[in-house]
Structures are given as C-alpha cells and as structure tokens.
Design a protein around this ligand. Structure first.
Ligand code: ATP
Length: 551
C-alpha cells in the first residue's frame, strides 16, 4: 500500500445517480485535503498471519470432526430411522466441555435434514440451547413458534403449487376440450386426509420399503405425468373446485395459527399450541436440547416429561429428543419414567488426548493461517496445554487463535512458542478477571483483604488476619460484617475457584490453621476489584493497612 499519495475517494461513478450521496463524497474529497496520518498503514503493512480467522472461532461449525467418527456414526445409525418414517430412539449425549458434543450433533442434524430433503422425507430438526432458554414456557414457546413458521412456509409452498396447477388447468382447457372430471384417469389416491393435496401416488409404498419413504412435500409431486396428461392426473382432486376448496382450507389454517408470546400465557396453552403445530403435518421431528442439565436445574423435569410422552398422543408426527449435557449426574434428578425414556441410547464423548487435539488443530490451521505462518512447535504446545486442562478442543482452538493474534499484534511473521505461552497467560488472566468481576461483594472484600495483606509483605496469611482486615474494609464502605465462620467459607469458595490457595497446616499443640496465599496476579486482580464502584470508594488503603499492623 502506497503511503505517499493516497488516492482520493472516487466520486464519478456515483455522480448523478444519488445526488445527496455524491455531494457528500465530493465534499469529503475536497474538504478533507489532509492526507491520512498513517494510523492504520503500519498495521496493514505487516504480513497478515491469518488467512481466515473465522474458522478458529467458537461460532464456526467445522465440516470435518476428526476423532468423532464413532460418535457421529452411532448418532446416524439411530437417527436414520427418521428417514424411514419411523421414530428414532431418544439419545443422551454426555461429555466434558469442549469434547465436540454440540459440533457433532449439529453436523449430524445438518446431514439428516439435507438427506431428508433429497429423498423428500419430511424431517425437521430443532436446536435449543437450554442455558439461554431455560424454562418450560420458553422452550415450548420457542418450539411452537418455530413449527408455526415451518407450517406457514409449507402452506405457502402448497398454495403456490396448487395455484400453478389451476393455471395449468386453464391452459389445458383452453387447448383441448374441457375435460370431464369423471374421465380423468383414476389413480387410486385418496382425497380426504389434510395433507393429501400433494400425494402423488408415485408408486412407492412407504410401508413396503426400507429405503426412504416417499411422502408429500416436494413441489415436483404435483407435476403432471406427461405434457399431454390432464393436470389433475395423479392428484387427489377431481376438478378445479376441489383444488380451490383445498387452497381455501390451507389459507384458513394459516390464518388460524397464533404465535405464542414470550410470556403471559398459561403453560398448558403454550403446550397445546406447540402440540398442534408439530402435529399439523406428517413428519419426524428431532428436538435437540443442548445443556439439558441447565433446564432441569432451573425448572425441573416437566418439559422433558411432556416432550417424552407426546408420541403416544400425536397422530401425524413423531418426536425424538437428543439431550446434550456435560453433567453426568443430572439424570439423578429426573423422574424414573423420564430418565428411562430420555436415556434410550447414550453416547459418551471422552476428552481428547494431546495427539487428537493436535490433529484437530492441524485440520483447522490449514485453513486458518497463511502458509508457513506457524513454527513447528506451536500446534503441539497448544495441544499439550489444552490436554492438561481436560482435553478441551475449544481451549486448544482459543489458544491457537490468541497466539496468532498476539503474533500479529507484535508484527511477527510467524507464530512461535513464545506467543503460545503468552496466549496461555492471557486466557488464564481473562478467566480470572471474569471470575473476580462477577464475585459477590462480600467475596470481593475478603479477596481484597488477602491482597492488602500480600501487598504488605505478609506471607502464610491466616484466617484471623484476613478477618481483621475484612472487618475494617466493611466498616469503610458501610457493608454488613459477616461472622468469621462465614468468611472462612468464602475463603474456601475462592480456593475452589482457583483464586486463592488455602492449605490447612498443623501448628502442633496450637491446633490447625489455614495458610492462605493468592494464586492470581496481584495487580490485575486488584484493578478488577477497584473497578467495582463500591470498593473504589475505599481511599488511601496503605496507611489504613499499616495502622492494622501496628495494632
Ligand atoms: N473433533 C473435532 N474436530 C474439530 N473441531 C472440534 C472437534 N471437537 C470439538 N471441536 C471444536 O471445539 C469447539 C468446542 O466444541 P463443542 O462446542 O462441540 O463442545 P461441547 O462438547 O459441546 O462443549 P460444551 O459442553 O462446553 O458445550 C468448537 O469450536 C468445535 O468446533
């Protein structure tokens, strides 16, 4: 990029087309004669390391999932039933965070939906993240509205097809003698079921075939058999009046759908709208409930109970559930009936080891980075760090992306080991900052007391010392003072979060005490605490701590 003579913005191609716009551009070009000061030029001049950074982000769904073939095949073996018009067993998927559960389940459902379209087998997959949608009302409302939307789209498609058929009839009648409906070739298809308007009688008997069933839904099923055939051949309609009546019926159905508001209705009404929306059409519905444990934790197992007993009441459709969880114990809280129905099939996603993580990173890095942007030790190191955690692919990918960003920021040409180590520290610090920022005020005060003690050179801090400083901090900001016992509990919680390290040491005949030390970087943690408006009111901390030591 040349930095001496930047080209002015081109105005000629917009001139005369949009007056206001071209004036603005011209004014900018003429009035803003100062050339840019190169703020971005330096940054742009560095050879970019990334080819496509997006593929390293959590939102990206990979097309390939190395080391998950067994799990993916098992899911597919269970779900193939949907393509045969049967109800697949419910599936529970377990595994620790970052083991590819969501990515694999989404991959399989995408394949399922596209295969169902290929063979014109109606099958819908709906994904819900129960961390976000965490009550029965919200889950049912979201599902109801999704299915209403799908039903509306299907109705629109069918109405269009029927109207095309009416137009064909017009043309046919114009060209030939008006056909006597009675003379229309009989094809034996029925004419009463609500979805029969697109049954084509293609000759496939769903029951007799183990290949995908042929049912309604695809637009070409309304195509006449041959150019010369009567447009109503192979349809359940005898004449245009019947076609018109069916269009009216479909439009009335469309009108009758009522979207569920996000709050305010009794739950049984929401359930009944959801039920009707699912049962409107013949199809297999797969409902994927990610983080299903969060739903059970927040609002019990009613939703799962209702979803799992639906099949006995549905007339046209069938529902199957895929639950995804990283908490192996959540089924202990389920009603035994729900537990056995939900866990018909269980698939476990084990943590990745360092070699597997290496493969995963290698696959992604081929697309994410420019050639030669990575030194040889980068991927093994990212994999090793993430394997130490608990075999978390998300962490491994985050490390690689962050290392790349740090290298890019320092205008390095390649990512080297140093960048990975810096990335590891940065991610850890970001985690600490987030945990500390979201602590309750009382825990923040306890942590602040520990920081003040450490900053004043006190090592092997004991609970009594923390409690004394904590009390003074509470007085300073007018907060309630908890008992020493509660403060001891809060210290244990900070220990569990990895913010402090509290070990019980025996003092011989003086009994046992806790020795507390900080496990996180002191300055950054203090800065996060002081960014809390309540704690930032504590002025002039040093003398006040000194005073405590002098007492
Ligand atoms: N085998 C794999 N190949 C490629 N990428 C993978 C693989 N496994 C996981 N990933 C990637 O790792 C990240 C985390 O995966 P995913 O969200 O599927 O994990 P999860 O098991 O559902 O975790 P959580 O329980 O925290 O939701 C995603 O970016 C995903 O694309």
């Amino acid at each position: 990029m040349s930095d001496d003579n930047p080209e002015p913005p081109r105005t000629d191609d917009v001139e005369g087309e949009t007056d206001g716009f071209s004036t603005t551009l011209e004014e900018t070009a003429i009035g803003d004669e100062e050339p840019s000061q190169g703020l971005f030029d330096d940054l742009l001049s560095g050879e970019p390391i990334f080819e496509n950074k997006e593929v390293l982000r959590p939102s990206y769904t990979p097309h390939e999932l190395p080391h998950r073939t067994d799990q993916i095949n098992k899911m597919a073996t269970i779900l193939v039933a949907a393509l045969r018009g049967e109800t697949p067993s419910n599936i529970l998927i377990y595994g620790k965070t970052g083991t590819g559960k969501t990515a694999s389940a989404k991959f399989v459902s995408k394949e399922l939906e596209s295969t169902s379209q290929k063979y014109s087998v109606p099958c819908d997959v709906e994904y819900i993240n129960c961390e976000v949608t965490d009550t029965q009302y919200r889950v049912l409302a979201q599902l109801a509205n999704k299915f209403i939307e799908k039903n509306e789209a299907r109705i629109d498609r069918r109405v269009d097809e029927l109207e095309d058929r009416l137009a064909d009839l017009e043309e046919y009648d114009g060209a030939d003698d008006p056909s006597d409906p009675a003379e229309r070739p009989a094809d034996g298809t029925g004419g009463t079921a609500p979805t029969d308007d697109v049954s084509s009688g293609t000759g496939t008997d769903p029951q007799s075939s183990s290949s995908p069933v042929e049912t309604e839904g695809s637009s070409d099923e309304l195509e006449p058999d041959a150019d010369s055939a009567h447009p109503l051949t192979s349809t359940p309609f005898s004449d245009r009046e019947e076609v018109r009546a069916r269009i009216d019926e479909l439009e009335a159905d469309r009108e009758s759908f009522q979207e569920v508001p996000m709050t305010g209705w009794p739950t049984d009404r929401v359930y009944s709208v959801f039920f009707d929306a699912v049962d409107y059409d013949e199809r297999v519905v797969v409902i994927m409930l990610d983080e299903i444990d969060k739903l059970v934790e927040k609002s019990g197992d009613d939703t799962l109970y209702n979803l799992s007993r639906m099949n006995s009441e549905l007339e046209n459709s069938r529902v199957s559930i895929i639950g995804i969880s990283n908490d192996l114990k959540f089924t202990d809280f389920l009603d035994p009936r729900v537990k056995s129905s939900l866990g018909e099939e269980e698939i476990v996603f084990p943590p990745y080891d360092a070699n597997q993580l290496r493969d995963i990173l290698q696959h992604r890095s081929n697309v994410a980075f420019k050639a030669d942007a990575l030194s040889d030790d980068v991927i093994p190191l990212c994999a090793a760090f993430a394997a130490q955690e608990h075999g978390d692919a998300r962490r491994a990918l985050d490390l690689l992306r962050t290392a790349g960003e740090l290298a890019e920021r320092s205008q390095a040409e390649t990512i080297v080991e140093k960048h990975v180590r810096q990335a590891q520290d940065k991610i850890e610090l970001d985690r600490v900052v987030e945990v500390v920022r979201t602590l309750p005020t009382q825990s923040k005060l306890v942590l602040f007391a520990i920081i003040l003690l450490e900053k004043n050179g006190v090592h092997s801090i004991n609970t009594g010392e923390v409690f004394n400083i904590y009390k003074r901090l509470c007085e300073e900001i007018d907060a309630d003072v908890l008992t020493q016992r509660r403060v001891t509990d809060l210290i244990s919680e900070l220990d569990m979060l990895g913010i402090v390290n509290a070990v019980v040491v025996s003092k011989g005949r003086y009994g046992r005490t806790k020795e507390i030390s900080l496990s996180v970087p002191i300055d950054e943690t203090e800065a996060v605490l002081l960014s809390d408006s309540r704690l930032s009111n504590i002025d002039d901390i040093q003398p006040f701590v000194q005073a405590r030591f002098e007492n």
